[in-house]
Design a protein around this ligand. Sequence first.
Ligand SMILES: [Zn+2]
Length: 320
Amino acid sequence: MKVIAAIDIGGTGIKFGILTPQGEILKKHKRESQSHLGGKVLMENAVLGLSEILADFDMNDVIGIGIGTAGQVDHKKGVISFASEIIPGYTGTDVKGIFEKKFNKPVFVENDVNTAILGEMWKGAGAGNDIVLGITVGTGIGGAIILNGEVFHGATGSAGEFGHAVIQRDGPSCTCGGNGCWELYGSSTALIRFTRELLKDNKDSLMWKKYIKTLDDVNAKNIFDAAKEGDELMLSCVEKFSENIAAGLVSLVHTFNPQVIIIGGGVSNEGAYLIDKIDRYVRERAMPSYLKCLSIKAAALGNDAGITGACKLVINGLGL
Ligand SMILES: [Zn+2]
């Protein structure tokens, strides 16, 4: 049976999968990435982990290797064009070259957010659709654009930085050098920031009674938990957060006319509780003709999104 090898390289762990060309996961494996030791050690761990999982398979059956990785990726060359100091020395790493040389198979490399959303389009929240947008809500807002079933990269491979779309021209300054970027309002970081401000003057909130001793204890999870337990103040924070996310999504809906928008990142664990609020605000603001075919969903594949998308990279790359 023909199989595809898939790797999902993150800052803390590396996930490996052997999948059928139909996207069925046959075997999974995991290793620590030890990325703090640098790009070279990370690559050694990735090569070692893939050798381990492939030990049970005949190399003649392996069609190709798909790799989703942290960092900015030159997908044509398979090279890391930029990685922050979370993985020292990873910038410039020829991931494609390393794996082609070691395994002598076609190798396709892509940024990890793009890869995960590609996986979600294929087998997860976007299944059955081919115009799909993904956002990951965390410390910032990351994004991915899938058009006609393939990742859209833009002119220099950087398309999909939705978090830096400007929604408030004269808003606060952002790490990107601009002002009023969407992620200053719709990221988990923003939710925590404006919630802390309100909690300073509202000591009778359930947050103070049950979840926190100091403002440093505030996190997205306890904000949502207190809101669900009926704390009015936390509910107002969750509503504001949902409305802020929706404000950016309305622009994306009008720009791309997508079939599905997938929301990933830590807060997507809140599921329907959050998604229904975002969906309601988007439907209040976007033009009706865009809403007929649109659905907004939480990411569905969890930890398997990366390896599923990496498998699809090979399918797309080889034109299977
Ligand atoms: Zn910005």
